[in-house]
Design a binder for this molecule. Structure first.
Ligand code: MTE
Ligand code: MO
Length: 321
């Protein structure tokens, strides 16, 4: 999480996917098909789909103040990554993606619930069809992007296992398998990667399980076959390549909080007023806009304050950072 930015190397073969997606979107819009969440009235750009309101099915929601934002190009979303299981630099996760075989894969759900169980990934993908959600994404290292995810609300998945009234938190774990995740051969983190959410955060309609990107299968470097996306929190909360979910009574100890408790909190809500101990969080650099592009201001809750600020009413957000 501490490296300086190097422009990523981009093979031209990677650029096709995003172009296809844009062409498809253009065709759908030109045909006047409803369901994209784009109001009638001829929006000039795709970014016009960003309303800042809670998302409906297939609707973009890149947060308040995102009107001028375009989805970040595929090549940046897939070649500038944090995924320590596949290497600690930004370029290694894409280079090492081939190690991460995503079949067989299953998700176990346990803890404080009536119906614990194990779901095979293909069964899971059948049960929970993906819709498109365009979200802002903000890493704790002060870079940002806009991502067209495909996924489904985490709440749909969790409800199936019937959490009990003792379930106050949800804990997530990444696969532990040094053969498929060669970064785990070195003890740079305390493997496996663990994250957690409070139950109300986990059940919030913005909280997504992502299984795809730009209408395609999720690339390994982005957390295939399934990863969490919590758009109002710093990127490290969005745990990748999940194999286990556990309902708990006590707050889980998330990996980065265990590594450096004064730098990474449990809540990790995007907050321009609370600096990281080693850098400011007031501004962010948008990937794909060029290294000379001006930084833009970071918004409270990453632009989703209208939707989520009430979850933290009465909490001191400097203490619970
Ligand atoms: N298992 C796992 N999940 C992880 C990480 C990681 O190293 N391992 N990095 C986190 C961090 S710090 C960020 S910013 C995002 C990056 O997601 P992206 O590469 O898809 O942009 O993944 C998060 N999820
Ligand atoms: Mo991050």
């Amino acid at each position: 999480m501490r490296r300086r930015y190097r422009p990523p190397f981009i093979p031209s073969s990677e650029i096709t996917d995003e172009k296809l997606w844009r062409d498809r979107r253009r065709i759908i819009r030109a045909a006047g098909i409803a369901g994209l969440g784009v109001a009638a009235g001829g929006l000039a750009t795709l970014a016009g789909a960003f309303s800042g309101r809670p998302p409906g099915k297939g609707k973009g929601n890149a947060g308040a103040g995102s009107e001028a934002l375009e989805p970040t190009p595929w090549k940046y979303i897939t070649h500038y990554n944090n995924f320590y299981e596949l290497g600690t630099s930004k370029s290694e996760p894409a280079e090492n993606a081939h190690y991460l075989k995503t079949r067989p894969w299953s998700l176990s759900v346990s803890g404080e619930c009536e119906k614990p169980g194990i779901l095979d990934i293909d069964e899971l993908l059948r049960l929970f069809p993906a819709e498109e959600r365009i979200y802002r994404f903000r890493c704790v290292e002060a870079w940002a992007m806009v991502v067209p995810w495909n996924g489904f609300p985490l709440s749909d998945l969790l409800k199936r296992f019937q959490p009990t009234s003792r379930a106050k938190y949800v804990e997530f774990r990444t696969l532990y398998d040094p053969e498929r995740m060669p970064g785990q051969k070195r003890r740079v983190l305390d493997w496996p990667y663990v994250e957690g959410l409070r139950m109300d955060e986990a059940m919030h309609p913005l909280t997504l399980v992502a299984t795809g990107l730009y209408g395609k299968e999720l690339p390994a470097q982005n957390g295939a076959p399934l990863r969490l996306v919590v758009p109002w929190k710093y990127g490290f909360k969005s745990i990748k390549s999940i194999v286990s979910i556990r309902f708990t009574e006590k707050q889980p100890r998330n990996t980065w909080n265990r590594m450096a408790p004064d730098e990474y909190g449990f809540y990790a809500n995007v907050n321009p007023d609370v600096p990281h101990p080693r850098w400011s969080q007031k501004r962010e650099r948008v990937l794909g806009t060029g290294i000379f592009a001006e930084k833009r201001p970071t918004l409270p809750f990453n632009g989703y304050a209208d939707e989520v600020a009430q979850l933290y009413a009465g909490m001191d957000l400097r203490k619970y950072f």
